[in-house]
Design a protein around this ligand. Sequence first.
Ligand code: 5AD
Ligand code: SF4
Length: 446
Amino acid sequence: MKPTNSPKTYRVKSFGCQMNVYDGERMAEMLGERGIVPAPEGEDADLVVLNTCHIREKAAEKVYSDIGRLTKGKTQDKAPMIAVAGCVAQAEGEEIMARAPAVSMVVGPQAYHRLPEMLDRAVQGERATDTDMPAIAKFAALPERKRTNPASFLTVQEGCDKFCTYCVVPYTRGAEISRPYGDLVTEARKLVDAGAKEITLLGQNVSAWSGEDDKGHTVGLAGLIRDLAKVDGLARIRYTTSHPADMDDDLIAAHGEIDKLMPFLHLPVQAGSDRVLKAMNRSHTAESYLRLLERFRAARPDLALSGDFIVGFPGETDAEFEETLMLVDAVGYAQAFSFKYSPRPGTPAASMEGQVAKEVMDDRLQRLQAALNRDQWAFNRATEGRTCEVLVERKGKHPGQWLGKTPWLQSAWFEGDVGIGDLVQVELVEAGPNSLAGRLRERVAA
Ligand code: 5AD
Ligand code: SF4
């Protein structure tokens, strides 16, 4: 590639999970430190970072079509500089370099702190790939948090050792690592100074976080949450995503004891059939999952539940799928995510017998989503008439309208004299399937 001008504007496009959103923000901060500014809405950027997700279908194809769209009809000096980041970069970096000459940088999720150096090389016309996994080194090398949203993310744990047989994460994000306690408390304080009122602690298997607190005691996620709850100005704490096998008594108790810990739990179950769960290597049964939820609900009776589901795992029969629907009925989720099984290259399930036909998966997904949507709406209706705290996150579609989140992570919109980042009391007046209309009652001091 020819040497080129240093980019002046950037755009980061993040796909997939919340951790990618976090990573995207951190990459943007690094580019900001270099004096590169976000490209104005509607204008082309000089540098585009495609922060990709590999968890489900067509991830790589999406990347190639995005690259095609960015470079179509443009000579090299008119086309943007392109960096591919995220889990597709980790899994298919070399192929991307070989197949897409327009890409200057390929950087994996554990190596993006090196983006500025790679950028220097790219400006000299050199293409660079970095898919090392130095994990902790990345966080130490990132700039301080200076700007943020009222509802912010904080990665506390990365990687996964669970090896569910369908999942690519243990290969793309690597082994489980926990960021050190002190770094997390510091970053949380910085986020609050920058305007965060709510922090969601992120990890692929967040409940496996462990560390040593400032007194030298080994603590788990519950201990970390307890200490973060002491940060002045921080009003709300959430965490995601958990595995049923790593939920300990302390975390369950924390839901009953810590006011700042929001009454919401995202706990993926994936399927309702024990045979399928075993083939998925999930290490829990439908029954043990339900019992676990009972304990959480005993600690926090108004807990809203969320989950992830996969339909059409290899070998799943109609009767086994019915067990998923029964589990859904038994739980009554406030919201949930559901997906058709997608074979991921290199995972054990991809080569299992009994791959399920697309039409069968389509039909199961439709039925599952109908049940989940029904329950979500029912949950929303059950909160009608309550007055609760809402964190204002953005303006609504209409002038004077605001959108925020209830403690149960529902979207609520209302009118009134408020601003982004305010915590206000809102009466939930009318429930829709995906959000609630509210009436402003009063502001709450942060
Ligand atoms: N196919 C379909 N869904 C998947 N997930 C993970 N891997 C796959 C796959 N191969 C879903 C799981 C997980 C969520 C993040 O994505 O439900 O909890
Ligand atoms: Fe993937 Fe979650 Fe299973 Fe880990 S626990 S392998 S991230 S589905």
